[in-house]
Design a protein around this ligand. Structure first.
Ligand code: ADP
Length: 189
């Protein structure tokens, strides 16, 4: 585990399973349908139970009949998970990097954080959005994840603790390296 202190708050990188995080919110790497899928999405719905899908169905009907656009985020309860809420966001599909992917990935992080902060949530855990089925290169995605989360902690919002949950040792090492390059040793705890 690596921890950085930023503006009196914590940015942490761990190896683990996003569905096991005991935080106010976990973020789901969803797809526009909000109806579940593979990877993180599948694991969250499997473990979290049917309430989550019911809430997602309501959001689709009420707010997003054509699906949740890339970069946007919505919130449901955590169902049977330890996390109290789930923030569902859609990262971009990697198409070579010239179709706005970096901006869209940053928006997915920023909108998730904004939504959590608006609800007064203090702790939030992210998976490495877009780096699975959506094919975003791990190191590039880690750069965006670390920059957007660190920038949010510089602001004065409700969020006090952000955890980036990597799933493999390789992804953990990539994030650790990018964090050191981006944030340096200064804030390392
Ligand atoms: P996307 O469709 O946005 O690419 P995926 O769920 O396919 O989302 O993958 C995102 C990242 O999450 C990948 O790096 C994958 O290895 C990782 N991952 C898969 N399952 C879990 C899990 N249970 N907890 C944390 N990370 C996970």
């Amino acid at each position: 585990m690596i921890e950085y202190r930023i503006n009196g708050k914590t940015l942490r990188i761990v190896i683990g399973d996003i569905t096991e995080q005991d935080t106010d919110a976990i973020v789901n790497a969803a797809n526009p349908s909000l109806m579940g899928g593979g990877g993180v999405d599948g694991a969250i719905h499997r473990k979290g139970g049917p309430t989550i899908l019911r809430e997602c169905t309501e959001i689709r009907e009420r707010q997003y009949p054509r699906g949740l656009p890339t970069g946007e985020a919505v919130i449901t309860t955590g169902g049977n998970l330890k996390a109290r809420h789930i923030i569902h966001t859609v990262g971009p599909i990697w198409r070579g990097g010239k179709e706005g992917e970096p901006q869209l990935l940053a928006r997915a992080y920023e909108n998730s954080l904004r939504l959590a902060a608006e609800r007064g949530l203090r702790t939030i855990a992210f998976p490495a959005i877009s780096t699975g089925a959506y094919g975003y290169p791990a190191e590039k995605a880690a750069g965006t994840a670390i920059k957007t989360t660190a920038t949010h902690l510089q602001e004065n919002t409700a969020i006090e603790e952000i955890t980036i949950v990597t799933y493999t040792h390789e992804d953990y090492r990539t994030h650790a390296k990018v964090a050191e390059e981006t944030l340096g040793d200064t804030h390392r705890h």
